[in-house]
Write a protein that binds this ligand. Structure first.
Ligand SMILES: Nc1ncnc2c1ncn2[C@@H]1O[C@H](COP(=O)(O)OP(=O)(O)OP(=O)(O)O)[C@@H](O)[C@H]1O
Length: 244
């Protein structure tokens, strides 16, 4: 279980809180889409969960361990339970699909092996398996810079799979993609989510996609949690509340 309690984030020099006393609890198996207009706090929320963004006050507890109290050294093993996929993919453009995917195992290996690029046969086998799982087997040896946006996001997902996560975080992973490709990426995410019994929490601007794929929707406005419910409860009234 992931529990977020009384979470406040205020950026340095900001006059207002980016997130204001947010309380939420998520369970394994939930596919959560996070809605809100630009600046509502979605990205801050996702990034605070894995401590890419420090919180100001409040607690994030994962399977009984309060992550806010953990020193950075101990955070490493907990952080490997969580993976993040990004709007701009965060890949290394001149490296191949295979090489980018292998970097997903970095968090679990000694630094010298990462620097020297030493990967065991088992790690290489797992990378190829992940590449297959996202449907990129024909492109494994292509440089990432030669791929389409949708293919790049598939590499981002393959890299995430290598980490063997329990929580999948998405910071607008389809915001740079066309509607058809966005849908395909969501189908892939949902399939992986179900097969691996993950907790997935994904920011998205497309309300239709969110309603179609999510099992639960939460929405922010001006840093406040203003909706937490089932996709079919997102009616015109809620839509107006979120986006007005
Ligand atoms: N690094 C930062 N420094 C200062 N203020 C920030 C920073 N990042 C975000 N903010 C502010 O915090 C608030 C929430 O921003 P956030 O990026 O979380 O919103 P969002 O809902 O993800 O928006 P978008 O959909 O445009 O990505 C906004 O008022 C924003 O201006």
């Amino acid at each position: 279980m992931l529990a977020i309690s009384d979470l406040v984030v205020r950026y340095p020099k900001a006059d207002e809180n980016a997130l204001n006393h947010v309380n939420l609890t998520f369970k394994k198996g939930e596919f959560v889409c996070v809605l809100g207009k630009s600046g509502a706090g979605k990205s801050t929320f996702i990034r605070t969960i894995n401590r890419l963004q420090p919180l100001t006050t409040g607690n994030v507890t994962w399977e009984g361990t309060n992550l806010t109290e953990l020193p950075e050294t101990k955070m490493r093993s907990f952080r490997s339970d969580m993976v993040m996929i990004f709007q701009h993919f965060n890949l290394i453009p001149r490296m191949t699909v295979f090489q980018n995917t292998l970097t997903g195992s970095f968090g679990k290996r000694p630094t010298y092996k990462n620097i020297l690029g030493l990967f065991s046969e088992e790690e290489q086998r797992r990378a190829l398996e992940a590449i297959k799982e996202v449907g990129l087997e024909k492109h494994a040896n292509k440089r990432v810079e030669a791929l389409s946006g949708g293919q790049k996001q598939r590499v981002g997902i393959a890299r995430a799979l290598l980490q063997d996560p329990k929580i999948l975080l998405g910071d607008e992973p389809v915001a740079s993609l066309d509607p058809t490709t966005s849908r395909k990426i969501f189908e892939l995410l949902k399939r992986i989510h179900e097969e691996r019994e993950l907790l997935s929490i994904i920011n998205i601007h497309d309300v239709h996609l969110a309603k179609e794929f999510a099992t639960r929707i939460v929405a922010f406005r001006d840093g406040q949690l203003i909706f937490d419910g089932k996709p079919n409860e997102v009616d015109d009234h809620v839509f107006t509340e979120v986006y007005q």
